[in-house]
Design a protein around this ligand. Structure first.
Ligand SMILES: NC(=O)c1ccc[n+]([C@@H]2O[C@H](COP(=O)([O-])OP(=O)(O)OC[C@H]3O[C@@H](n4cnc5c(N)ncnc54)[C@H](O)[C@@H]3O)[C@@H](O)[C@H]2O)c1
Length: 256
C-alpha cells in the first residue's frame, strides 16, 4: 500500500498505459480520478476496479478542452479535498512528414499531447502548492531522444514535455512539488495495436527488434515506474526521467 489514501488524477485513463497506471495506483491504495475522452470505456474500467475494492471515479475529460480539465481537477478537490498525484498520460499518435503534414494535424498533436500538460498543471498545481506536496508525472517517450522518420510533431511535443518538467522541477522544488517524466519505448497498447492493423504484422516485429531486449514493453512495466515516482520512495527525485525502454536508447539508431 505504497500510495495509501493518496489522491491521483490520471488522464487518458481508459486504455493502455493510463489504465495500467490507474490499476497499479488503486492496488497500492490510492484514490483514483480517471479521466478520458472515452467515457464509456473509462466507466467500464472504473467499475471493474471498484468491484475489486478500489476507490475510483471515472470522469469524461477531453484534455484539449480547458473546461473539461478544470472539471476533472475540481471533481478531485470537491470530493477528496486534495490532489497528491497528477499523471499526464493522454496523447495521440499522429505521424506525418514535416514537408507534407497538414497544419491541422500538427496543431492537433500539439494541442492533445503538449498543451494538455499546461492545462492540467495550471489547474492542479495551486492545490499542490497550498499543501506543499505533490508529484506530477508526465509521460514522454523515447521519441524525445531518438530520430524516427515522420514523427516530428509527436517527438517535438514529447521533447517539450521533458523541458517543461525540468523547468517546473527547479521552480517548485522548495514547495515540495516534484515533476518527473517517464519515457517508454514501444509498449503494446491499443495505440500500437492500431498501427499493427494499419501497417501489418511487420510493424510489431520491427517494434520488437528496435529494443536491446528484443521485445516490446507492457503497460504494467510503465505503470510500476509511475508508482515509484508517485510514492514516498521517490521523495528526493525531481526533474528526473525514467526510461522504460528495454534498452532501446542504448542501441544504434533504428532504421525503418
Ligand atoms: N504505446 C507506446 O508505445 C508509447 C511509447 C511511448 C510513449 N507513449 C505515451 O504513453 C501515453 C499512453 O499511450 P498509450 O499507448 O497507452 O495510448 P492509447 O492510445 O492506447 O491510450 C490513450 C488513451 O488516451 C485517451 N485519449 C486520447 N485523446 C484524448 C483526449 N483528447 N483527452 C482525453 N483522453 C484522450 C484515449 O481514449 C485512450 O484511452 C501517451 O502519452 C503516449 O504518447 C506510448
Amino acid at each position: 500500500m505504497r500510495l495509501k489514501d493518496k489522491v491521483a488524477v490520471v488522464t487518458g485513463a481508459a486504455n493502455g498505459i493510463g489504465l495500467a497506471i490507474c490499476k497499479a495506483f488503486a492496488k497500492e491504495g490510492a484514490i483514483v480520478i480517471a479521466g478520458d475522452i472515452d467515457e464509456a470505456k473509462c466507466r467500464l474500467e472504473a467499475e471493474g476496479m471498484v468491484a475489486r475494492g478500489a476507490v475510483v471515479r471515472a470522469i469524461k475529460a477531453d484534455v484539449t478542452n480547458t473546461e473539461d480539465v478544470r472539471s476533472l481537477i475540481d471533481s478531485a478537490i470537491d470530493e477528496f479535498g486534495k490532489i497528491d498525484i497528477l499523471v499526464n498520460n493522454a496523447a495521440i499518435a499522429v505521424s506525418g512528414n514535416i514537408t507534407t503534414m497538414p497544419e491541422k494535424d500538427w496543431d492537433r498533436v500539439m494541442d492533445t499531447n503538449l498543451k494538455s500538460v499546461y492545462r492540467t498543471i495550471k489547474a492542479a498545481l495551486p492545490h499542490m502548492l497550498k499543501r506543499k506536496s505533490g508529484s506530477v508525472i508526465n509521460i514522454a517517450s523515447v521519441q524525445a531522444f531518438r530520430s524516427w522518420h515522420d514523427w516530428t510533431a509527436y517527438a517535438g511535443a514529447k521533447g517539450a514535455i521533458l523541458s517543461i518538467s525540468n523547468q517546473l522541477a527547479g521552480q517548485f522544488a522548495e514547495d515540495n512539488v516534484r515533476f518527473n517524466t517517464i519515457s517508454p519505448g514501444a509498449i503494446l497498447t491499443p495505440m500500437n495495436e492500431k498501427r499493427a492493423i494499419e501497417e501489418g504484422p511487420e510493424f510489431l516485429l520491427k517494434s520488437e527488434a528496435q529494443h536491446a531486449m528484443k521485445r516490446m514493453g507492457t503497460p504494467e512495466e510503465v505503470a510500476m515506474a509511475a508508482v515509484f515516482l508517485a510514492s514516498g520512495e521517490a521523495a528526493f527525485i525531481t526533474g528526473g526521467d525514467i526510461r522504460v525502454d528495454g534498452g532501446l536508447c542504448t542501441v544504434p539508431r533504428y532504421i525503418e
